[in-house]
Design a protein around this ligand. Structure first.
Ligand code: ADP
Length: 438
């Protein structure tokens, strides 16, 4: 401060000194005029620097700071440091804000900030997707005008700020995405504001529905044979003097039903083992010629000479995979071909190669499948003709098992069929599973 006044006073003091000298040399009037002129020059200099400062402040960038001498040099250099520091802080804040935005954009949940009047102050891209919001026009709009479903409006109004957001979430299907299920929650924060959190639980709901269907299906599948067996047992109890033939017939039918239950339980266990992520695929080089011979022989037994069975080995390649699982998948496909092909039909088993990919296929001249059923065949318990499947000992789980085994081997199950003409089921394995050498 002291230094400042000294430096400001120097030009004035020098002017006064010059005026004194002029007074001594000429007259007081000339000295006074000279001093006035000198002071005017000092003032003009300061006015010019002030003007430069004013101009610079209109767009204060450190690189355009004006240059000056004396006291102004100090002022400008202080300003330079200040603006530079301010810019650094601004950049740091911008980076932090960008990080925050990136983090919220990466969140799997939708997040929106509602003010005390339910107006949208901010939302992330997922919330934008869930509610079909417009990032430009919907800011500061009342959320209940943008999402008008009554249950949503009621939820927003019935969860006033201040109330705990840990209450029951709202489950809702957005109007414009009817196939989506959202779980919505409101969390109060920062005074009167609220965070609106949305989570897409479509997949979770689907799995839940599948689980419920599965339990219902299994119970239904087991109840029918159990009822039959129970009926026979009661009959046998009520009629101890039943004739031998009748008793034998009853026992035969009971054995049939228990076998059905046994098959179902066996298939269920196989499925659950295959679905268990904890049991990775144990791989080995499988000798396909031996494996297909075994399948072929089992097929002939199952068919009981009712069909013409043929095996074509077009490839000598071995396969990298799990022998037991492959046996189960191929056996299921051949079993289906036999069961869904009327007597006298032809079935062709083949092992071949397509663009380096090993292919196992079963072609039959059976009843075929209408196109609308094909995409659903691998669903658990999906059957085109329920009674035909049951009559031939089907559990409705065969193709679900095949699909799982295919997935575990990164193979693709291809189904082509024509109603009344026959079907072809092919398992196409990836090239890397082909083993051409021992
Ligand atoms: P299922 O035990 O009922 O045979 P799958 O899962 O093996 O159960 O097959 C599902 C359904 O696909 C069968 O019920 C049947 O309608 C149809 N299907 C499977 N293979 C064939 C085939 N080769 N020919 C005609 N229909 C078939």
């Amino acid at each position: 401060m002291h230094d400042f006044w000294i430096r400001v006073s120097i030009p004035v003091a020098l002017s006064a000194l010059a005026a004194l000298v002029i007074w001594g040399m000429f007259s007081a009037a000339i000295a006074l005029v000279s001093m006035l002129v000198l002071l005017l020059i000092v003032m003009a200099y300061h006015a010019r620097q002030l003007f430069k400062l004013g101009e610079w402040l209109k767009d204060a960038r450190p690189e355009t700071i004006p240059e000056a001498g004396g006291i102004w040099d100090e002022v400008f250099s202080q300003l330079y440091k200040m603006v530079k520091k301010h810019n650094q802080t601004k950049q740091k804040l911008a980076e932090e804000l960008q990080h925050m935005e990136q983090a919220t954009a990466a969140l799997p949940e939708g997040v929106a900030i509602l003010n005390e009047a339910n107006r949208l102050e901010w939302f992330n891209p997922i919330a934008q997707q869930h509610f079909d919001l417009d990032a430009e026009h919907d800011i500061m709009q009342d959320i209940t005008y943008l999402v008008r479903q009554p249950e949503f409006v009621e939820y927003i109004h019935e969860s006033p700020s201040g109330k705990s957001g840990l209450g029951k979430p709202l489950l809702m299907r957005p109007l414009r995405h009817a196939d989506m299920v959202l779980s919505i929650r409101l969390i109060p924060y920062g005074g009167d504001k609220r965070l609106l959190i949305t989570r897409d639980i479509t997949q979770f709901e689907r799995v839940e529905a599948m689980r419920r269907d599965f339990v219902a299906n299994v119970s239904h599948e087991l109840r029918t044979p159990l009822t039959v067996v129970n009926g026979f047992v009661e009959n046998l109890q009520d009629m101890p003097d039943l004739g031998q033939d009748d008793a034998r017939r009853a026992l035969h039918l009971m054995a049939e039903q228990t076998r059905r239950m046994e098959n179902l339980v066996a298939d269920l266990l196989t499925l659950s083992r295959l679905e268990n992520d904890q049991s990775p695929l144990r791989e080995e080089t499988v000798d396909m010629s031996a494996l297909l011979d075994e399948i072929y022989r089992d097929g002939r037994l199952l068919s009981g000479k009712k069909h013409t069975l043929q095996l074509e080995m077009q490839s000598k390649a071995k396969l990298l995979g799990n022998r037991e699982e492959l046996l189960s998948a191929f056996g299921n496909l051949l079993g289906n071909a036999i069961r869904y092909t009327p007597e006298g039909g032809a079935i062709l088993l083949s092992w071949s190669e397509r663009d380096g990919q090993p292919v196992f296929s079963v072609q039959d001249s059976g009843i075929g499948i209408a196109p609308e059923h094909i995409p659903r065949l691998t669903e658990r318990f999906y059957r085109v003709d329920r009674s035909r499947s049951r009559e031939t000992g089907g559990t409705g789980l065969g193709l679900a098992i095949v699909k799982h085994i295919a997935i575990r081997h990164q193979a693709k199950l291809e189904i082509s069929s024509e109603e009344g003409k026959g079907s072809t089921f092919a398992l196409v394995f990836p090239v890397r599973r082909q083993m051409t050498e021992d």
